[in-house]
Design a protein around this ligand. Sequence first.
Ligand code: 4AZ
Length: 487
Amino acid sequence: MTSTVSPPPYYENRGFQTENFYSARPQVGANPYPQYFSTNVPSVPTYIPRVSTHQSSSPVAPSSSSSSRMCSSSRKKIIIIVSAILLVIVCAIAAFLIWYFVENRCLGSLIECRSSGVCISPSQWCDGVTDCPNEEDENRCVRLYGPNFILEVYSPVSQTWYPVCQDDWTDDFGKIACKDMGYSVDTYYFSQGVATEVTFKSFMKLNTSAGNTDLYKRLQNSDYCESGSVVSLRCIECGVPTISTTIMSRIVGGSMAMLGQWPWQVSLHVQGTHICGGSIITRDWLVTAAHCVEGQFSDPSVWSVYAGILSQNQMLSGLGYRVQQIISHPDYDTDSKDNDVALMKLETPMHFTDTVRPVCLPNPGMMFEPNQQCWISGWGAEYQGGKTASDLNYVMVPLIESSTCNSVSVYDGMVLPTMVCAGYLEGGIDSCQGDSGGPLVTNKNSVWWLVGDTSWGTGCATANRPGVYGNMTVFTDWIYKNMQAYR
Ligand code: 4AZ
């Protein structure tokens, strides 16, 4: 761009000076900078400071012209230093941005196909359909199967999940598999061999001659497993309360909980008020109900999370964990409560203690029996229309078969496959307003599993209207994919 405006008059800003200070404007081409070091050209100093050797009074201050020159040169020095610092900062930011876009090309919720940089959605990861040019979305698929946490790897070739033979397996491989599922390495618990079941006819086995390559390239399909053991992998120590539950039996009709009994239970607050319950699954992630985070409540900044506290009175606002991100199930339906589940990611990882611990997410292949004893906990109303309970309550509720729960006399077909019923058809014991989002858990193989999240019901503790919960087994896959995508 050119300008038709004539150049501005020349002013040399030396701050305030006495009138006689102004020296002539330097000639064009003259060195405008102060000469700090001698050059080859001999120069005559214009000012030679003289210090009298016989002076009894205090030394004379340098003349005003000399002090202002020094002042001006030190100002220039500062400008040079500040400019240099700014340049370094700008370069550092530019380098970070270049690194960020090279390393994380996929923005938002997308997962990157490493070798090609193609971005795919979490639902395309391990869905049996190849979306990445190099099949990475289908050839690094791992899951934990059944109540014994059996590690399985998916083979896109045979489109089958295989257990991993314990031969040559180490914790380092376990950590890689846990990371690929969406866990952070700092919670890694252990891996151990468990005797193979007769149903296992084929395995994924480490090829020791494959060298130091990628774990998934080393795993090869084999009908033989020398140790006779498969890998059981625990990515986090979950489902272990510090206080065992005595089967006693407010919630409606429940008992007051003790510290450490339901250490995964959290109270979710908005403006100092309990709104919903939730369950801790990792240091960073909580599970709650999608209906708890609808509309204005979908803003993460409105929430505070309290863990390891029984009494609402002790949950003084400002001390809770802050929420960074809320992910509602994309297929949640407000009217039917289909897929009533949401994830909350915390701003800072939770500190686990005896009273703050995660619950286990149900693995695929886990079967919960009809009538299986499950427990609900929460600060929900103690009777229909009541207010939030001041202390955490819990009660045992048996699972109710979906066919029974969907019968004409009960919910007449309103219970969808993403839901599970629990409670008593005779009424009297149930979850209620304020328990929503909180856990429905069961104990199996000595660990506590999150069977469901409190979702809905007609009234509370009414005959033929049991509590309906989100069916967590159906959501586990969605939860892991999101933990992976928003690591
Ligand atoms: C609620 O509104 C709610 N009786 C939770 C559970 C039940 C009913 C309502 C089940 O939070």
